[in-house]
Ligand binder design. Structure first.
Ligand code: ADP
Ligand code: MG
Length: 620
């Protein structure tokens, strides 16, 4: 007899279990908040002290650039989307107020509103057209957008062609006229500080966790109910709005605008700033804007003297800087500083909160999942070959078979990650095949992944809270503005409490404030179960949940699954460990080469000649 497949299959060696860190305290005076306070005080004191005029001018430009770079923190740093069009949005903000205030004598504040509206609409349309596509479409679209807007500014008669628009009035802010740089300074930095708060608030919220989940590629986020395409549009519009505000302030600082500062080169500079400072970090954006603006000013003076000729040599230095930085400090300047300002875990679970609403569950024995002859072909390969089986409420069904049998593909067909080539899947009587994953999880199908998919730098608690994305107070894809304004406190309490309860339920409670990436692999799998439970599922699909677990942990997992079953949960489970499935499951479905070869109660299936053949090979 030859062995075609390893039985039992080899497991990856369990990693040592990490000790949970001490529980964090809620402290307003964390070092990071102290830094923010110092920053605000320093910013406030600058114009009061005998600061040279030149410094104030520089600080104004740093503030304006920070606003644009802050938008990129969210868009590029967190959302992983690159835009070469930010300077064009700055231009929209600047030209809107310049035109309306000079041509029609309208208040600049009306110019601001109109500019924001035009910016939001443009960003929304560009976003809508490009965000659902993958990869390079956004960068290319933003380059095209940036170039065309730049040329539009330059050729339009009513926008003053290349000379631009002059005599833009000063801003009037609560009765004070902001004529000089020293006077508009506070408004610029107020905008920067508000933007920092807005981003911090947004990132630590339900939509913020969804935005942070975009990095994972989207499959996991969609499986948690996140409309990833929409979330990308949201951060694109957000970044554009910050750029537009920067343009508005710029116009009233300079009292004139022309197309030059809205060129593609400037868009690239904003990206430089975000990267050099530390992409994805609010402080990185401010530091990057500061360093680059100051350096540019300095180099513009020194380099022509050193080299004895005029030219934009600073660009070459920036390029070199970027190459060196990417080589030696990929996470920017802030990554060196941040170790002194460790941010405390921002999302803390309350001891009590209102329970989230729960869905109505199927009655015992109700047919929950009906897989009808589903088929999946990848080119010539039939990965799933007309497979049918059913899962009733309160049953644990095992889906087993050798590696490559098509088990994970079957999971992906049920959960909408893949579209079926033929056949259909019904969930509680409703056809769900070929719906997007987020529509399927909304109906109550929770899942875990064979290859763990979590956000390693996010705490265990926040990772699990992502599972409750659809159960917030606001519409699933909404709540962004409410989060920015911190009107989401009640929602956060409920979601984090739920996440914390689910962590207790699966036995990971004490790890809730650890970064998820620090958990052992087996524990990460359990984390995924807690996350799936957070969506209040009636059907749970677990892809190899016991892989990498130790013996005791497997027993604890089996006990947990039995408890869930007792509560009426239906579970479909892929597993290699025969002992584990034999004692746990009501029925087994066996697949080989995409085809279902057997189905029945475990001890019957174990004796089935076709199954023995598949696992052990034929007698020769
Ligand atoms: P299992 O989970 O049972 O180990 P899978 O469902 O992952 O098996 O894979 C079944 C078969 O389909 C394998 O031969 C695999 O290589 C193939 N397959 C899975 N996903 C894809 C894909 N996206 N493209 C092409 N082939 C795939
Ligand atoms: Mg698999």
């Amino acid at each position: 007899m030859t062995t075609r497949y390893n039985l039992p299959p080899r497991f990856p060696k369990p990693a040592p279990i990490k000790e949970p860190g001490p529980l964090p305290k809620r402290s307003l005076l964390s070092r990071e908040n102290l830094l923010l306070l110092l920053f605000i005080v320093a910013v406030a004191l600058m114009p009061v002290l005998p600061t040279p005029e030149l410094w104030i001018t520089q600080l104004n430009y740093i503030g304006l650039a920070s606003l644009v770079a802050l938008g990129l923190v969210l868009l590029t740093g967190v959302g992983n989307l690159t835009s070469f069009g930010q300077a064009a949005f700055v231009g929209l903000g600047a030209y809107s107020t310049a035109y309306l205030s000079t041509r029609y004598g309208l208040s600049p504040w009306i110019g601001l509103l109109v500019g924001l509206l035009i910016t939001a609409i443009c960003a929304y349309l560009i976003g809508l057209l490009t965000m659902r596509m993958s990869g390079f479409y956004l960068p290319v679209a933003t380059i095209a957008w940036g170039l065309s807007l730049y040329h539009l500014f330059g050729i339009q008669e009513f926008l003053g062609k290349n000379d631009g628009i002059g005599d833009i009035p000063s801003l009037n802010f609560f009765g004070a006229t902001l004529n000089s740089g020293r006077e508009i300074y506070y408004l610029i930095w107020l905008a920067v500080i508000l933007a920092i708060f807005a981003i911090r608030n947004l990132l630590n919220s339900r939509p913020g966790r969804a935005i942070r989940a975009l990095r994972g590629g989207g499959v996991m986020a969609e499986a948690m109910g996140v409309n990833t395409g929409w979330m990308k549009v949201v951060i694109f519009v957000f970044a554009a709005i910050l750029a537009s505000i920067s343009g508005f302030l710029y116009a009233h600082l300079q009292h004139m605008v022309n197309p030059t500062p809205f060129d593609l080169t400037y868009s690239i500079k904003y990206l430089f700033m975000a990267v050099i400072g530390g992409i994805g970090q609010v402080w990185g954006a401010v530091i990057g804007a500061g360093v680059l603006t100051a350096l540019e000013e300095g180099l513009k003076r020194i380099l022509p003297e050193l080299l004895g000729s005029q030219g934009n040599y600073e660009i070459i230095v920036f390029g070199l800087m970027l190459v060196l930085l990417l080589q030696y400090a990929r996470f920017g300047i802030w990554s060196f500083i941040r170790k002194w300002f460790p941010p405390p875990p921002t999302a803390l679970a309350p001891a009590h909160a209102d329970e989230l609403p729960k869905r109505e569950k199927p009655a015992a024995g109700e047919l929950v999942l009906d897989v009808r002859a589903v088929r999946k072909q990848f080119g010539g390969l039939v990965a799933v070959n007309d497979v049918s089986f059913q899962v009733n409420a309160g049953e644990i069904i095992g889906l087993i078979g050798p590696n490559g049998a098509g088990k994970s593909t079957t999971f992906n067909l049920i959960t909408g990650v893949l579209d079926a080539s033929a056949g259909e899947v019904l969930y509680r009587g409703e056809r769900i095949s070929n719906l997007p994953s987020r529509a399927i999880v909304r109906r109550g199908v929770g899942r875990t992944f064979q290859h763990v998919q979590l956000l390693p730098r996010m705490t265990v608690l926040e990772n699990v809270a992502l599972g409750a994305h659809l159960r917030g107070d606001f519409a699933p894809q909404g709540g962004v503005l409410a989060s920015i304004l911190r009107l989401n406190r009640a929602e956060e309490e409920k979601l984090l409490f739920e996440a914390s309860q689910q962590l207790e339920r699966v036995g990971l409670g004490e790890y809730r404030y650890l970064e998820a990436g620090n958990l052992a692999l087996g524990q990460q799998r359990i984390l995924e179960i807690a996350r799936a439970l957070c969506c209040d599922p009636a059907l749970l699909l677990l892809d190899e949940p016991a892989a990498g677990l130790r013996y005791q942990e497997k027993q604890a997992l089996a006990a947990l699954l039995n408890k869930l079953k007792g509560e009426g949960m239906s579970i479909l489970l892929v597993e290699h460990d025969m002992d584990f499935v034999m004692n746990l499951t009501d029925r087994l479905v066996v697949m080989e080469f995409g085809t279902k070869i057997a189905e029945g109660v475990p001890h019957e299936v174990q004796q089935n000649p076709a199954v023995l053949e598949a696992y052990l090979g034929g007698v020769e």
